[in-house]
Write a protein that binds this ligand. Structure first.
Ligand code: PLP
Length: 449
């Protein structure tokens, strides 16, 4: 063994010891992450593919024909395999530019720019758009990618506001304030004069639907607060529609289009990895912002562009939405959501379940995400998984301590029978808990009544 190799080995062993210690600390806090793989025959109550587009034969056929037609071209652009480089070099094509134009038109936006992922898009835009001295005000539950983008940003202040709270009760001291109070403080604070006269830009970062609770941003209230507190037009709302794309608005155009507030948004992000059953994302914005991003967003400039297979996937998903059939899927989806919620609420009331075992919000869900709270989410999730239903436990720090849950996510591809069977399994688990973890009693309460 050479001297150099010895040094390298020692270094790597020492580093690995440190990293392994960090992993075991994480494990002792029950926070160790790992990659899991469930049998595909399990009913999906977990993925973000809300519309189950990948199961629709018409879309699968359209996707394969799109690939075949492209493969039959003599010199296809982009190439059939790979993309050849960054968008700024050889990775650009007429195909992606036309796709961007069509998607922007579908969402009633002036223009759009496709990124390889929603994560890249958020990091790219938050790291380059706010200028030195600008301020970012963000919902405290904003996605990790926005946090990473903000870390790279030159903004002078990054201030959280209480989740989905605009004007509300004044918070207890030391806790996070609502958006309106944060904006008011900004205009009275140190940089108040520049905020008031519009010299400092204030970016407001929100999501349409929040993925853990499935709740929807009070967008109209947010818009009025921003207009009221920043009347010089220096309040710029950036909305991440990752979880509202495809499932809100006519033909799935999203929350902003549903409310008709396109002109009040500075920038919108639609991701394709969730309801659209594809991958990648588009930033909808003005043509100036698009050009600025092409010049400054490092997550666009320094990465290989998406291959044709992904672009074709996005195109067929949007063609399907634009074709109008999705409205029937949405109707079925929201019927299932209501049914699942009613069944879960009924379990809680039938057994007078203590929140120490299980609880569900009494209000009907506004999205396909239904959090089912329990202090023992791992046990409940495993119970469901072993009986053929994929649901995930969500624990701290992903959600606050005391708000542990399983995240039940309903899909257009789920059936009423699946929803009822899952609810029965959850009911069995509750009964086991009530009877001290013994096997569920054979004659169920509901059948006896
Ligand atoms: C709100 C939100 N924004 C952005 C992203 C990132 O999108 P992508 O998966 O396309 O990277 C996600 C995905 O987890 C998300 O939930």
């Amino acid at each position: 063994m050479t001297r150099k190799e010895t040094t390298l080995d020692t270094t790597s062993t020492r580093l690995e010891t440190i990293l392994a210690a960090r992993l075991s600390a994480r494990k002792s806090r029950s926070q160790l992450r790992s990659l899991t793989d469930f049998p595909t025959r399990n009913a999906d109550f977990s993925s973000n593919a809300y519309l189950s587009l990948s199961l629709i034969p018409e879309i699968r056929r359209a996707y394969l024909s799109c690939l075949e037609a492209h493969a039959s071209l003599l010199s296809p652009s982009p190439p059939l395999l790979g993309s050849g480089g960054s968008r700024l070099l050889d990775g650009n094509s007429q195909f992606i530019q036309v796709l961007e134009k069509n998607i922007a038109a579908f969402h009633s936006a002036p223009s759009g720019l496709i990124f390889n992922s929603g994560f890249d898009a958020n990091v790219g835009l938050f790291s380059c758009i706010p200028q030195a001295g600008d301020i970012i005000v963000y919902d405290e539950l904003i996605h990790a990618s926005v946090h990473d983008g903000m870390k790279l940003s030159r903004a002078s202040q990054k201030l959280p506001f209480k989740h989905n709270s605009v004007i509300g009760e004044p918070p207890a001291s030391g806790t996070t304030k609502g958006l309106d109070a944060v904006l008011l403080e900004l205009s009275n604070g140190e940089a108040g004069r520049e905020v008031r006269d519009g010299r400092i830009n204030v970016f407001i970062a929100i999501e349409g639907v929040y993925s853990m609770d499935g709740d929807v941003a009070p967008l109209k209230e947010i818009i009025s607060s921003v207009k009221h507190r920043l009347p010089r037009g220096n309040g710029y709302i950036i909305i991440d529609e990752a979880h509202s794309t495809g499932i809100f608005g006519k033909q799935g155009r999203g929350l902003v289009c549903e409310l008709g507030v396109e002109d009040d948004m500075f920038l919108r992000l639609h991701t394709f990895g969730k309801a659209m059953s594809s991958s990648g994302a588009i930033i909808l914005c003005s043509s100036t912002i698009r050009e600025y991003l092409i010049n400054y967003a490092r997550t666009l400039i320094y990465t290989t562009a998406m291959p044709f297979s992904c672009l074709a996937n996005i195109k067929v998903a949007y063609d399907y939405l634009a074709g109008g059939q999705v409205d029937a899927l949405l109707h079925h989806l929201y019927n299932l959501v209501r049914h699942a919620h009613n069944l879960l609420v009924a379990i809680c009331s039938r057994y007078q379940v203590s929140p120490k075992v299980l609880s569900v919000d009494q209000h009907p869900p506004k999205s396909p995400i239904i959090p089912v709270f329990t202090p023992d989410p791992r046990s409940l999730a495993q119970y469901c998984q072993e009986r053929g239903f994929t649901v995930r436990p969500i624990v701290a720090p992903t959600v606050p301590r005391g708000k542990e849950r399983i995240r039940v996510c309903i899909h257009a591809g789920n059936t009423t029978a699946e929803v009822e069977a899952l609810s029965q399994v959850i009911e069995d688990w509750v009964q086991r808990k009530h009877s001290g973890n013994k096997e569920p009693v054979k004659v169920r309460e509901r059948e006896r009544l």
